[in-house]
Ligand binder design. Sequence first.
Ligand code: AMP
Ligand code: FE
Ligand code: FE
Ligand code: ZN
Length: 298
Amino acid sequence: MSGDMLFRGPSDLHTHSRVSDGTESPSQLVREAAASGLGAVALTDHDSTAGWHEAAGEAQKQNITFIPGMEFSTRVGYKSVHLLAYLFDPTSAELVAETARIRESRLKRAESIVRRIGADYALDWDDVLAQTTPGATVGRPHIADALVARGHVPTRSDAFTGILHPRNGYYMPHYAPDPLRAVSLVRSAGGVPVIAHPATRGRDAMVDEESLRKLVDAGLFGLELEHRENTADGKVRLRELADTFGLVLTGSSDYHGAGKPNRLGENTTPDGVVQAIIDEGTGSQPVYPVASDEKLSG
Ligand code: AMP
Ligand code: FE
Ligand code: FE
Ligand code: ZN
C-alpha cells in the first residue's frame, strides 16, 4: 500500500476545536481547513478524542483527508511537555483512563485558579462555564475568555501574558504523566508520537540528548519543527537531533480558531512525512476523500 498516496497535501497536523481550547466546532474547523486550501488536517484537541467523529464526517463532505490525533499533556517537573499522537486506538483502556484523569485534574485545577482570581477580580466558575462546551477539556484559555467577557483584559493573549501567567500567583499546575509513559501508552495503542513545539522558550530543557534518547527508545517518531513558537536556535538543534535519532520533522499551525493568532496552514508537513506517519499508525485510520477511493477501485 505504501507508495500509493491516498491523501493530498498540504497537511496541517496540529489544530484545536471547542472539544478543548479552540473556538470552533470540529466541523467548522474542517470547513475552514478546506476553504484555506489544505488537503489534509489532523484534529489534535488536548487530552480528548471526542471531536474525531464530527471532524471525520465533515472532512468527507469537504473532500479532504482527516487524520485523527490528540495533544497529550505530559509533564517533567515544572515543565509542561505536549505530545502529539496520531492514529491511535481511541478505545485503548489505558489511554482512555489516563486522559480522563488529566481532564478531571484540569477541571479541578481550573476551579482552583478561578477561586484564586475571584479573590481579586469579579469572576466566578459560571463565567468559565459560559465559555466552555459541555465535556470539553478545560484549560486556561477558557478562564482567559471569561476574563475577556468580564472586561478584565482585552484579549485571550493578554490574559495569558497577565493574570494567567505563572509569575502572577494565580497559576496552578494540573496532573499530567511523564512523557515517557505517554509515549509508551500511545505506541501500545498503535499510535504515532511526535513532540509538539519542542523548542519554545522555556521548554527547551526537555530537548537534551539523554531525555530524547529514552523517548526514542520508547517509540518516539518525530519532532514538530515548524511551529511559530519554536525559536530559530531551537530549530537548528531540532534538525540535528532528528538526524541523530532518525526522527521525522513535522510542521503545523497549532490553530485555536479566534483564540490565538495562529492561522490554519501557516506551517505544513511534507507529504512524505505525512505518509510515513500514516504508514506507522495502526490504531485508527485516516479518513480519505471519496475521490481517492474511486480512483483506487477504478
Ligand atoms: P493550560 O494547558 O490550561 O495551562 O493552557 C495552556 C494552553 O493555552 C496551551 O495549549 C496554549 O496553546 C493555549 N492557548 C490558547 N490560546 C492562547 C493564547 N492566546 N496565548 C497563549 N496560550 C494560548
Ligand atoms: Fe491549546
Ligand atoms: Fe501545545
Ligand atoms: Zn496545541
